[in-house]
Design a protein around this ligand. Structure first.
Ligand code: SF4
Ligand code: SF4
Length: 351
């Protein structure tokens, strides 16, 4: 079991697709340290901690304190992750991250940033994000970069992915705006599909030139076949419970503030029965996926996304289904082409 700490719900951005409430609430030191105590009690020898928000770097001092506190647990190996919008990254923090092996995942939408990632006064943050990205890649060249697209920006996906790869990104993820009000429809899905084909062409082209860049949504679909690896292995609430700023424990981020999904607190610990029953409930598959040939390579079992989009853990939205199908189709086409072009390097990369 690892833990994710929601250090705050506040953020220094107002992305158009954000589902966060931006309340001015912050995790106290007492709550954070109690969460670490609880994780140590549950895990014995190894503990993973992810810092999450809102924007976790608004709470830098608390991050420093957590890492320092962990050093008192002799014989327990800690691993650290953080998901950030990157705006507050600086040399001092990155030195600290390097020293303590904090792996940073940063969100950056490439050119789509101009439309979607705004400060509260409406300015976009592309220029600042680019400088932070450059700095991050200097310290962590393989840092994971996460992009999000919306129906309005779907037509800029290919240029945006290229923009990021050309700035040195090696590992890139793309998600779709999963809010029910996002407004995905057939035309915007078609645009997205043709853009993903262009991304596949670009990744393949780079591969042929001897440069390996990884577009995660394709990679996981290919590896699901070549290495028989599941695309999604979350085990809702069992492996990585989310600890909200106030110490309440939820199975995943989308369930925050939903009373029915509280499964304990840092004061009382995790209610094992409650956790088990939420996990069991999350295993129910959507009926319309029965018999689908893509099942093994689809993230239809992500209870968190399903809950966000459909209000039910075991329902998959039409747009998620369409997105999964287009990813599989593009990934297969890309893999075929790579294999044809350079079998040896394809095998080294995927087998
Ligand atoms: S950076 Fe994340 S938390 Fe902040 S506004 Fe954007 S999506 Fe929301
Ligand atoms: S592609 Fe659609 S129908 Fe098939 S498993 Fe995924 S969500 Fe279900």
């Amino acid at each position: 079991m690892n833990i994710s700490l929601i250090l705050t719900k506040q953020c220094n951005l107002r992305c158009r697709y954000c589902f966060e409430t931006h309340e001015n609430v912050f995790m106290t030191e007492e709550t954070a340290l109690k969460a670490i105590d609880m994780a140590v009690r549950n895990n014995d020898k190894s503990v993973g901690v992810s810092f999450f928000g809102g924007e976790p770097l608004l709470c830098k001092d608390l991050i420093y304190r957590c890492v320092e506190y962990s050093k008192r647990f002799d014989g327990v190996k800690f691993s650290w992750n953080m998901t950030t919008n990157g705006l507050l990254l600086n040399r001092e923090f990155l030195e600290f991250a390097r020293e303590n092996k904090i792996f940073i995942a940063m969100s950056h939408d490439g050119l789509m940033t101009r439309a979607n990632r705004l400060y509260s006064d409406g300015r976009n943050c592309l220029e600042t994000l680019d400088s932070r990205l450059k700095l991050l890649l200097k310290y962590q060249p393989s840092a994971f970069i996460m992009a999000t697209t919306t129906p309005e920006t779907a037509g800029d996906v290919a240029e945006s992915m290229k923009y990021l790869f050309e700035r040195g990104v090696r590992r890139l993820n793309l998600a779709i705006d999963a809010r029910p009000e996002a407004g995905w429809d057939e035309p915007s899905m078609e645009v997205l599909s043709s853009q993903l084909k262009m991304v596949a062409g670009y990744v393949c082209d780079q591969f042929c030139k001897g440069r390996d860049v990884y577009f995660n949504p394709f990679e996981e679909k290919i590896l699901a076949i070549t290495r028989d690896r599941a695309c999604h292995i979350c085990k809702l609430g069992m492996r990585k419970p989310y600890i909200d700023w106030n110490g309440l424990i939820y199975p995943c981020i989308q369930f925050g503030d939903v009373a029915d999904y509280v499964m304990g607190s840092v004061q009382t610990g995790i209610d094992a029965g409650r956790r088990e029953s939420i996990y069991r409930k999350s295993l129910q598959s959507p009926e319309f996926c029965e018999g689908c040939a893509h099942r093994k390579r689809c993230v239809n079992d992500c209870a968190c996304i399903n809950f966000q989009q459909c209000g039910e853990m075991s329902q998959v939205s039409g747009e998620q289904c369409a997105f999964q199908r287009m990813l599989i189709e593009c990934a297969d086409e890309m893999a075929r082409e790579m294999l044809e072009k350079d079998e040896k390097r394809f095998s080294a990369r995927y087998l």
